[in-house]
Design a protein around this ligand. Structure first.
Ligand code: CU
Ligand code: CU
Length: 349
């Protein structure tokens, strides 16, 4: 039983996965068909056990799955949910932004009916997207309510005491990270307690946007963190996603307007696999690696990143209709890292 008296959901999910052969499939070690079959099993609530992992089975499974998630995290809301902090002005005139982050253990739902015993920042994976402007003072008040020592390590330029690498915060402990926001771009934060791969893959990470002083052109802005979950604890991932929930943006396409400028803040925090990638259909994007340059970009339709890498992508759709976006590692796409942009006609078209 869990602390709230309910049956432990992760145990139930593990039992379900084992019934459906997921544990066995994972034991085969990344064999494409076996893990593809696992994706179908994950997505299918009942009688489809043993079906071949073909496209029609996948589509049938998608259509039959409910949308009510137990942990309260909504990946669609996460896309545009920015925490600008509590703002005040220091005597020096420098803006101060204060953020409150609590590490806590929580079970999250990474696919319908599949629960993962996560370690979270503020109860969600990824943690809140922290947003500041270049030159602001950032002060993060961290409390560890988890059962293990944790930290917050920020990417960026800052002093050693704000780096979150050495000062492990014990359960019940607190720490304040205090630094200037620099350089502008898409940064990231994550726990840096050991063993690092465990503290990261359990869910302790989030996006950290530092806006340039002069801003960027107006756009529809979306945060995407490519992540994955080792649901049976064999040091391999069984579920892949962007923003934690397998196939969420396939079932709930991201609606954008034709010709509308879209800006994606994309990070890769996937553990165990060496790289992850994003590919968009029917379009190309401007790729600003780490988002640290406003002028120079690459013009492409795939970006491939190692763990911890980030990029800012800008694009607008010339054509209307549904367009896929997904990992160009086909195995990842079949295990959940797949979504759709639904491009609606321009308002004045
Ligand atoms: Cu940790
Ligand atoms: Cu890092």
């Amino acid at each position: 039983m869990s602390r709230d008296g309910l049956p432990r959901l992760a145990d139930l999910a593990r039992a379900r996965m084992s019934r459906r052969g997921l544990l066995g499939a994972a034991a085969l070690g990344g064999v494409g068909l076996a893990t593809g079959g696992a994706a179908v099993a994950l997505q299918t609530p009942g009688p489809h056990l043993g079906e071949l992992p073909d496209t029609s089975a996948m589509h049938h499974a998608m259509a039959s799955v409910g949308d009510i998630r137990a942990d309260g995290f909504d990946p669609t809301a996460y896309l545009t949910d920015f925490d600008y902090g509590k703002v005040s002005i220091l005597p020096t005139g420098q803006p101060l932004r204060e953020y409150y982050i609590v590490a806590e253990d929580a079970e999250i739902e990474v696919a319908p009916g599949v629960f993962f015993p996560a370690w979270t920042y503020n109860g969600q994976v990824p943690g809140p997207t922290i947003r500041a402007t270049e030159g602001d003072r950032v002060r993060v008040h961290f409390t560890n309510k988890g059962l293990h020592p944790h930290t917050i390590h920020f990417h960026g330029i800052h002093g050693a005491t704000a780096d979150g690498a050495f000062e492990q915060v014990s359960p019940g402990g607190t720490y304040t990270y205090d630094f200037d926001a620099e350089p502008f771009g898409l940064q990231m934060y994550h726990c840096h307690a050991v063993p690092l791969k465990k503290h990261i893959h359990k869910g302790l990470y989030g996006a950290f946007i530092i806006d340039p002083k002069q801003g960027r052109p107006p756009a529809r802005e979306l945060v995407m963190m490519m992540n994955a979950f080792d649901t049976n604890f064999d040091d391999e991932n069984e579920v892949y996603a962007v923003n934690s929930v397998a196939f969420h943006y396939q079932k709930h396409p991201i609606r954008i307007r034709q010709h509308e400028l879209v800006r994606v803040y994309l990070g890769n925090i996937t553990e165990f696999d060496l790289v992850n990638s994003l590919h968009i259909h029917g379009n190309f994007f401007k790729l600003f690696r780490t988002g640290t340059d406003l002028e120079r970009f690459e013009w492409t339709d795939i970006v491939t990143m190692g763990q911890g890498e980030r990029a800012v992508l800008e694009f607008s759709y010339k054509h209307t209709g549904p367009f896929m976006f997904h990992a160009h590692q086909s195995e990842f796409a079949e295990l959940g890292w797949m979504g759709i942009f639904q491009v609606e006609p321009a308002l004045n078209a």
